[in-house]
Design a binder for this molecule. Structure first.
Ligand code: 3PG
Length: 413
């Protein structure tokens, strides 16, 4: 992948794709988390300071995420504050008004166009219904209108790498292309986990989004990426069920109501194939009469739903994290939003922060649970990716990486 260093920047018209898709506060309508804006700054700054004429394109929200489908005006104002230089904005994506503003940019100027997902071609329901190849996407409204106005396309949007959208994969067909700083850092950090992790490499998988955990499990176990997987949260409960433990009415109903019991046979298969590489909780916690009660797994079932891992599990997992050389964490250990269910998540994050291991985390829930208990600066790499990160670690081809020439196409790897 070509890097920014290889570009001649002065006077160059650069089209930069970033991922600044951010949660929007439903009450105020304002940006609620600025992490992705912050992570996009180095590339924008380096391009502008190098004298390029920078036009930024980005998406916000989606059809199924309609509450977040808002204009990027506030994003431009925030980028401007953070960079300490003006970031222009136009409420047009690729129409005549946008093109006129792009034409008027001088060296070092920055312009943000409006939300790409105001264009049908860029929403994910279009992607799944109309399956265009990158070459076919060069005929889309976006690419036809913007490509002729630029000398170079730079992509720095790792968090959207799983999207096969024109803004992500088609400009590479018609313009010289480079990867931005964040894209390079994400790929380097994630390949350090997936390709050549320092040993022992331990994955801590928990939380409620257990489809994410199961997408990764097969590959990381069968390809020997993870020497061990420590299971927590609902992932741990599904593995306990698969090992024949009867959890009790509350937890089993919770799991069945969300159809998460469909993962039990797959968990059982993993336990049979990799009996020494998957750790299960030794004890769990429930809420009884408003108090936290820790219960050894041998003493299950209990009627109350499980809300956390127990102290024996915490001690064992803390030790496993302290003696790992690589740790990847996805998902909290319990209902960390409530004090009564927070001890397990707190202990694991404390162990990750203190461990000499290279630590990599990602995913919205995971990062916000870490931020509640530790300074995330203590983590070696916090990925901006959610879906993109899971797919990367699951070994699924990512359309962006294929388009940038740094990932295997479908069926190749
Ligand atoms: C994300 O938040 O995962 C990325 O910005 C991609 O967003 P999307 O899932 O709406 O395509």
């Amino acid at each position: 992948m070509r890097t920014l260093e290889e570009l001649d920047l002065i006077g160059t018209r650069v089209l930069l794709r970033v991922d600044i898709n951010s949660p929007i506060d439903p009450t105020t309508g304002l940006i609620a988390d600025e992490t992705r804006l912050d992570k996009s700054l180095p590339t924008i700054r380096d391009l502008a300071e190098g004298g390029a004429r920078v036009t930024i394109i980005a998406h916000q929200g989606d059809t199924l995420d309609y509450h977040n489908l808002v204009t990027l005006r506030e994003h431009a104002a925030k980028l401007s504050d953070k960079l300490g230089r003006p970031v222009g904005f136009i409420d047009d994506v690729a129409g005549p008004a946008a093109r006129e503003r792009i034409d008027g940019l001088g060296d070092g100027d920055i312009l943000l166009l409006d939300n790409l997902r105001f264009l049908t071609e860029e929403v994910s329901t279009f992607e799944s219904a109309v399956k265009l190849t990158p070459a076919e996407m060069t005929e889309t409204y976006l690419v036809r209108n913007l490509a002729p106005l630029f000398d170079v396309y730079v992509n720095d949007a790792f968090a959207a790498a799983h999207r096969n959208a024109p803004s992500m994969v088609a400009f590479q067909e018609v313009l010289p292309t480079a990867g931005g700083r964040l894209l390079a850092a994400e790929v380097a950090a994630l390949s350090s986990v997936a390709d050549e992790p320092s040993r022992p490499c331990r994955f801590v998988l928990g939380g409620l989004k257990i489809s994410d955990a199961f997408s990764m499990l097969r590959r990381v176990l069968s390809e020997g990426i993870a020497d061990e997987v420590l299971t927590t949260g609902v992932v741990g409960q599904v593995f306990l069920l698969a090992s024949g433990v009867h959890l009790g009415e509350g937890s089993e109903r919770f799991i069945a109501d969300r159809s998460l019991d469909m993962f039990v046979p797959e968990a059982a298969e993993h336990l049979e194939t990799f009996p020494d590489r998957i750790r299960l909780p030794l004890d769990v916690a429930v809420e009884r009469d408003g108090k936290r009660i820790d219960i050894c797994v041998d003493d299950l079932p209990v009627p109350e739903p499980i809300i956390d891992i127990g102290p024996a599990t915490m001690a064992e997992y803390e030790d496993a994290i302290a003696t790992a050389a690589t740790v990847f964490v996805n998902g909290p250990a319990g209902v960390y939003e409530r004090d009564i269910g927070a001890a397990g998540t707190r202990s694991l994050w404390g162990a990750v922060a203190a461990s000499p291991a290279t630590s990599v985390i990602g995913g919205g829930d995971t990062v916000s649970s870490a931020g509640r208990f530790i300074d995330t600066e203590q983590i070696d790499f916090v990925s901006t990716g959610g879906g993109a990160l899971i797919r990367y670690l699951s070994g699924e081809p990512l359309p962006l990486l294929v388009a940038m020439g740094i990932g295997p196409a479908d069926g190749e790897g």
